[in-house]
Design a protein around this ligand. Structure first.
Ligand SMILES: Nc1ncnc2c1ncn2[C@@H]1O[C@H](COP(=O)(O)OP(=O)(O)OP(=O)(O)O)[C@@H](O)[C@H]1O
Ligand SMILES: [Mg+2]
Length: 306
């Protein structure tokens, strides 16, 4: 599989305020997005997500670093054809109707109007705005604007989508719809890079995740790698058995719950055999033994605190 996006050693310093204080927005950022991946760019407010995205798009100039899009330098104008971008805070011409808005973006890519006539209703339908063609954008809710921003990013049928916080401002149902849409885009062969500070959005759909904090990439790995590394504890669930089982088990691990004769224990990996023996000898039935994996939240909070 090819790399769609490669960023190497990207740094950017802003000078802000009256005293032109230095803000190091990006510090030696490197990341790689492969073809047909859903890539989650996760970080708290002010971490540098939008700055990274704007730099990829050539809207901000970096102090140093290298960006390659499909093997070409990002400043090569021909790369634009393959990219769809939905900004975090899009500017909408609010007196335009949904159709006119889409047509405007279509014309920027020189898409013939006969093709736009076919494509616009299809895209509006896809983002859940079917039938809203003639509604003015000033009458759109925040969630509807978010959706049309996405439809706009798809107007040129791009291979690679860059979405800055595509789910912000949406209610739980709206978030789910956008997640499903991103999954559908992947299925149709596209690559999606999106930023967010919401962990569950990443956990549910991403193949790969980068965690950016204070302008620095703290982790970049596949989601399964991130969640499965170094687990030390297992949850043992069992039922029944004699009274002394629990007393014996309390010496080994932590009794978490005891509901309707079903017990949940947390024991360390090295004590699994000992725990199983105690339960079996005491006449209990083991229902499950599950490694207690870290959640993305555990990882995220740990990275923020170090
Ligand atoms: N044009 C600018 N001038 C000065 N400082 C800036 C500028 N743009 C961004 N910054 C600073 O750079 C840092 C990174 O900002 P950025 O907008 O990239 O963060 P973000 O991760 O997108 O945050 P959010 O989740 O709030 O959108 C912040 O400290 C911000 O104040
Ligand atoms: Mg941002």
């Amino acid at each position: 599989m090819d790399n769609i996006l490669e960023i190497r050693g990207l740094s950017k310093t802003f000078r802000a305020g009256f005293w032109l204080r230095k803000v190091r927005a990006l510090r030696d950022v490197s990341l790689t997005v492969r073809e047909n991946e859903i890539y989650g760019f996760l970080g708290p407010n002010g971490a540098g997500k939008t700055t990274t995205i704007k730099t990829i798009l050539g809207l901000i100039f970096p102090d140093s670093g290298k960006i390659t899009i499909m093997g070409k330098d990002y400043r090569d104008i021909s790369t634009r054809r393959y990219i769809g971008y939905a900004p975090e805070q899009p500017y909408f011409y609010e007196y335009l109707t949904a159709y006119e808005f889409m047509k405007f973006y279509g014309s920027l890519f020189s898409i013939p109007s006969s093709e736009l006539k076919r494509r616009i209703p299809m895209l509006l339908d896809m983002v859940g705005l079917g039938g809203k063609e003639s509604l003015q954008l000033r009458k759109f809710s925040k969630g509807m604007l978010q959706r049309i921003g996405l439809a706009q990013a798809l107007i040129n049928d791009p291979k690679f989508l860059i979405l800055d916080e595509p789910m912000s401002g949406l209610d739980p149902i709206g978030r789910r719809e956008i997640r499903d849409l991103i999954l559908a885009l992947k299925k149709s062969g596209k690559t999606v890079f999106f930023s967010t500070h919401i962990l569950s959005d990443v956990e549910m759909i991403c193949d790969k995740v980068a965690i950016i904090i204070e302008g620095e990439i703290r982790k970049e790995a596949s989601l399964s790698e991130l969640l499965s590394i170094d687990y030390n504890e297992v949850e043992v669930v069992f039922k029944g058995g004699n009274k002394s089982i629990k007393d014996d088990l309390k010496k080994i691990g932590l009794l978490m719950k005891d509901i309707d004769d079903t017990c949940y224990m947390l024991v360390s990996k090295s004590d699994i055999s000992k725990t199983v023996d105690v339960i079996r000898l005491g006449g209990g039935d083991i229902l499950s033994i599950i490694p207690k994996r870290r959640t993305l939240e555990d990882i995220f909070i740990k990275e923020i605190n170090c």
